[in-house]
Design a protein around this ligand. Structure first.
Ligand code: ASP
Length: 308
């Protein structure tokens, strides 16, 4: 365990990176999202402040975002082409490299809690669809009927895509990274995927090294944006490797990962990261990334648009 003599702690969260036209985000929706980010940040920060683990902190922050219908994870998840919810999540503990991942899960109220239960059990590390649901039932995790997950907004977006045969729209995954007072980092990422996505599509969010990676050797990173390009670039692991082997700061590592093979890996990309010294990064190439962070007792920071 690396020394953390100052007992420094920090948490960073995101609620999705996306390119939006002016006016696409209503002032009401923007206000809801800012409030949701503040609440989730507070939930994670309290765990760290009270001396809890980074793992518990990221789970608490992401659970809060999953319970909030204004984000695309848990309640408020995007709908597939068939109008169903299929959720993906992953969580990783940088202190011991334990991890849990799940994909294409229905009915589970908090996919991140399911991923955490997978992590706690130890092996297997990754469970999919019905197998993951059975495990959730064994663990006594809270379930909800399909209607719980669908909101007016997601139904409307789905109808527009189906009726106009529009392209599937990128949505807004949620994620968190944290450093605790004991010097450990952790990551959690959760998503409903992309609105109108084909059945069985899986993005980067549940994939270790793709949407999530954490190791006390360097840092924790959570990605959002175009899942296909993030997966192909293994961007969460890229950030880790740039910090560990090239000695880059987390900010420079996230910037380099976002521009990795830029010709081939075009798309919206956002990455949050924290290292074992409490340095944080919130980098993105879109005009929007819902984001927030708080370092120790400093004031929390919440932002949505690039220029704030
Ligand atoms: N990366 C997510 C996915 O591809 C979507 C997002 O972050 O907006 O499923």
């Amino acid at each position: 365990m690396p020394a953390n003599p100052m007992n420094k702690y920090a948490i960073v969260i995101h609620g999705g990176a996306v390119t939006m036209k002016p006016g696409q985000l209503t002032p009401e929706e923007e206000a809801h999202q800012r409030e949701g980010l503040s609440q989730a940040l507070q939930a994670g920060w309290e765990v760290l402040h009270d001396g809890g683990t980074a793992l518990d902190a990221v789970e608490a922050a992401v659970t809060s975002l999953e319970n909030n219908e204004h984000f695309n994870a848990g309640r408020g998840s995007s709908l597939t082409e068939q109008g169903e919810v299929e959720m993906d999540a992953s969580i990783m503990d940088g202190s011991n490299l334990k991890a849990g991942a799940i994909n294409s899960v229905k009915y589970v109220k908090n996919p991140i809690r399911l991923a955490r239960a997978v992590l706690d059990q130890g092996s297997p590390v990754y469970l999919a669809s019905e197998g993951a649901l059975e495990f959730a039932l064994q663990q006594g995790l809270a379930l909800e009927a399909p209607d719980y997950f669908k909101t007016e907004k997601t139904r409307k977006q789905w109808l527009e895509i189906i009726q106009q045969q529009a392209e599937p729209q990128q949505q807004d995954t949620v994620g968190a990274v944290a450093l605790d007072q004991h010097g450990n980092v952790a990551v959690a990422t959760s998503t409903g995927g992309i609105e109108g996505q084909v059945k069985g599509r899986i993005g980067d969010s549940p994939v270790l090294g793709g949407g999530s990676y954490a190791s006390n050797d360097a840092c924790a990173a959570s990605c959002t944006g175009d899942g296909e390009v993030i997966l192909r670039g293994a961007l969460a692991h890229e950030v880790y490797a740039l910090v560990k082997y090239k000695g880059l700061s987390v900010v420079d590592a996230c910037r380099a990962a976002i521009t990795l093979r830029d010709e081939e890996l075009q798309g919206d990309k956002g990455i949050i990261a924290v290292d074992t010294q409490g340095n944080v990064a919130l980098e993105f190439n879109s005009n929007v990334m819902r984001r927030a962070y708080r370092i120790g007792e400093e004031e929390p920071v919440v932002a949505i648009w690039r220029d704030e």
